[in-house]
Write a protein that binds this ligand. Structure first.
Ligand code: SAM
Ligand code: SF4
Length: 343
C-alpha cells in the first residue's frame, strides 16, 4: 500500500478552543468492530457500520497528518478493537514518519490485547513506545463473563509479547460494582509486579448495552478509600496529558491512576478531541455536537477544506460534559457507544 501525501496547504495555525485550551491530542477510532463484547461497552448483538462508510487507511493517514500539521503532538489509535482492522500496521508505519520528523511526540494505542502477540514487534518498529491494554479481571472465568468472547490467556500472552518488545504498558481496568471490586488488590499486584502502570476507570453512560448501568457503576472515590486500608497512596505530579490522576503505591513502587469522569470533573484541562472511523469529529466525549470531516476530506486533494472544517469544529469545543448515572433516567447520557467514539 502506498500512502500518497495530499497537496500541502499553508494554514497550519494551531488549535486553540474558545476556553484557551490547546488541542494537542487526537484519539482516532479506526474501526467500530471488535472481537470482544464487553458488557459495559457493547450489547451482544451489535450492528456495525457498513465497511464502505469507513475511512480508508489512506484517508485516516491524511486526516491524522492534517491534525499533526495543526499542532497535535499525541495520536492514540483506538476503536472498537484497532488491531482487528485489516492491514492496520500500514497505518502505524505511515504515521511513524511524523515521529521521525519530531512533529509528533507520541504514537500510541488502546487495545484489548487479543492480537497483541502477533503485532507487538511491528508496533515497536513503528515507534510505539507505550500502549494501554484493557484488562478488568485476572480471573479467566470472570474475564469471559465481562468480555463475553475474550480469552484472558491470549491477552496475557499479548501483554508479555509487548513487554518483551520493549513497549511500556498501562493496564486499564473499568471498576465494576459486584464484578471486579474485590480484585483491585490483585490487579495492583499483577500490574506493578510486571512493571506496568494500572489505571482504574469509572463506567460512563455511553450507548445502550442491554442492562442497567446503575448496577455496574462503582465510584472510584469508594475504591480509593478502601485501598487506604491496605496500601499507602502517595500523590505524585505524574501526568500523561490525559485525565488520569496518579498516585504511587509505596508498597509496590508502582503507579496507579484514577479516571473519574463521574465523580470528578476533569474537563478544565481537556486537550483532546476524537475522530470516529467514519471521519466524524467529536469535540467532547460526553456531548453530541460533532463535525463531519469525511466530506471535506473527500471533496478535494488539497487540505484547505479539511483545515477549515477542523478550525470551525474546534471553535465549538464545549466547556465540558455533564454525565449523570441516575436511576430515574435509564437512558444513556450519550447515545453512541464508546466503541464508536473511541475510548
Ligand atoms: N477495544 C479496545 C480496548 O478495549 O481497550 C479499545 C477501545 S475501548 C472502547 C477503550 C476503553 O474504553 C477500554 O479500556 C474500555 O474498558 C473502556 N470503555 C468502554 N466502554 C466504557 C464505558 N461505558 N465506560 C467506561 N469505560 C469504557
Ligand atoms: Fe471491544 Fe474494547 Fe468495547 Fe471491550 S471495551 S467491547 S474490547 S471495544
Amino acid at each position: 500500500m502506498t500512502f500518497k501525501g495530499p497537496v500541502e496547504h499553508s494554514d497550519t495555525s494551531s488549535l486553540v478552543d474558545p476556553f484557551g485550551r490547546h488541542v494537542t491530542y487526537l484519539r482516532v477510532s479506526v474501526t467500530d468492530r471488535c472481537d470482544f463484547r464487553c458488557v459495559y461497552c457493547m450489547s451482544e448483538h451489535m450492528s456495525f457500520l457498513p465497511k464502505k462508510d469507513l475511512l480508508t487507511l489512506e484517508e485516516l493517514d491524511r486526516l491524522c497528518s492534517a491534525f499533526v500539521a495543526k499542532g497535535v503532538k499525541k495520536l492514540r489509535i483506538t476503536g472498537g478493537e484497532p488491531l482487528v482492522r485489516k492491514n492496520i500496521m500500514a497505518l502505524f508505519k505511515a504515521l511513524s514518519r511524523h515521529l521521525e520528523t519530531g512533529q509528533l511526540e507520541e504514537l500510541t494505542l488502546t487495545t484489548n490485547g487479543s492480537q497483541l502477540e502477533k503485532y507487538a514487534g511491528d508496533l515497536k518498529a513503528a515507534g510505539v513506545r507505550r500502549i494501554n491494554v484493557s484488562i478488568d479481571t485476572l480471573d479467566p472465568q470472570k474475564f469471559k463473563t465481562i468480555t463475553r468472547w475474550g480469552e484472558l490467556a491470549t491477552v496475557l500472552k499479548g501483554v508479555e509479547a509487548a513487554k518483551r518488545a520493549g513497549i511500556g504498558i498501562k493496564i486499564n481496568a473499568v471498576a465494576l460494582k459486584g464484578v471486579n471490586e474485590d480484585e483491585i488488590d490483585d490487579l495492583i499486584r499483577f500490574s506493578h509486579g510486571e512493571g506496568h502502570d494500572l489505571t482504574l476507570i469509572e463506567t460512563m453512560p455511553l450507548g445502550d448495552i442491554e442492562g442497567d448501568r446503575t448496577d455496574q457503576y462503582l465510584p472510584l472515590s469508594i475504591v480509593r478509600a478502601r485501598l487506604l486500608d491496605r496500601w499507602t497512596l502517595e500523590d505524585i505530579p505524574f501526568r500523561t496529558g490525559g485525565p488520569a490522576r496518579y498516585v504511587r503505591i509505596k508498597e509496590t513502587g508502582g503507579r496507579l491512576g484514577f479516571i473519574t469522569p463521574m465523580t470528578h470533573n476533569f474537563c478544565e484541562s481537556c486537550n483532546r478531541v476524537r475522530v470516529t472511523c467514519t471521519g466524524t469529529l467529536y469535540m467532547c466525549l460526553g456531548q453530541e455536537d460533532a463535525a463531519d470531516l469525511r466530506a471535506p476530506l473527500r471533496a478535494s486533494d488539497d487540505n484547505g477544506l479539511l483545515f477549515e472544517a477542523i478550525d470551525a469544529a474546534i471553535a465549538r469545543k464545549p466547556k465540558g460534559h455533564d454525565f449523570v448515572i441516575d436511576r430515574r433516567q435509564k437512558r444513556p447520557a450519550v447515545a453512541r457507544h464508546m466503541s464508536v467514539t473511541g475510548g
